[in-house]
Design a protein around this ligand. Structure first.
Ligand code: FNR
Length: 183
């Protein structure tokens, strides 16, 4: 049976390497997984006042897309040793209205990509911290800190390193198993 995975990319940049990394992950994933890239760049900053009455259209669209998925794949850069604000905002928007969180119980995978050696470790763990609170089920192993990203993916999005391609496949196989476990 196929499972639907929402993909959230933490970089809003048009030429984002993390977006290319996300695409590469979908390409090596088991066939049972279908992917839906969910936009987060148009979400107004979360303000509870805006949930009184008719919520912003972008929030409604975002919540429906994530709700319709069986799992969520986050692929994000690290900003100042933490999570890009766009991703945190998306988490906040999806967590409300109170009691109707779109994240609750869903399996998740976190992949961070960075030009630096630590591979976005700070952002990766900061994100996991929120996912645990949101009662998601984050993939524990393998951990996915993709450092030196620009040396592993070409400007057109091709994974140029064979070991990296294999590793991306390992991540997605483990994620598919986790999703089945929670189905
Ligand atoms: C960065 N970058 C960065 N990289 C990193 O490994 N650790 C960090 O703390 C930061 N901090 C940071 C802050 C801000 C505001 C920006 C814009 C960038 C560099 C970042 O990893 C690099 O720009 C990546 O290319 C971003 O990924 P995309 O946009 O190519 O997907």
């Amino acid at each position: 049976m196929s499972r639907k995975v929402a993909v959230i990319v933490g970089s809003l940049r048009e030429g984002s390497y993390n977006r290319m990394l996300a695409t590469a992950l979908t390409e090596v994933a088991p066939e049972a997984l279908d992917f839906d890239f969910v936009a987060i760049g148009d979400l107004p900053l979360y303000n509870p006042d805006l949930d009184e009455g008719t919520s912003p259209e972008a929030w409604t669209r975002f919540r429906a897309q994530v709700k319709a998925s069986d799992a969520v794949l986050f692929v994000t850069p690290e900003y100042n040793r933490g999570l890009p604000a766009a991703v945190k905002n998306a988490l906040d928007v999806g967590s409300r209205p109170y009691g109707d969180s779109v994240w609750d119980g869903k399996p998740a995978a976190v992949v961070t990509g960075s030009p630096g050696g630590p591979g976005g470790f700070g952002a990766n763990h900061q994100l996991r911290q929120s996912l645990v609170f949101l009662n998601m089920q984050p993939l524990q192993q393998p951990e996915a800190y993709i450092g030196n990203l620009m040396k592993l993916i070409s400007e057109t999005g091709e994974v140029t390193n064979e070991d990296t391609r294999k590793f991306l496949g390992t991540i997605m196989s483990a994620f598919a198993s986790l999703i089945e476990k929670h189905a």
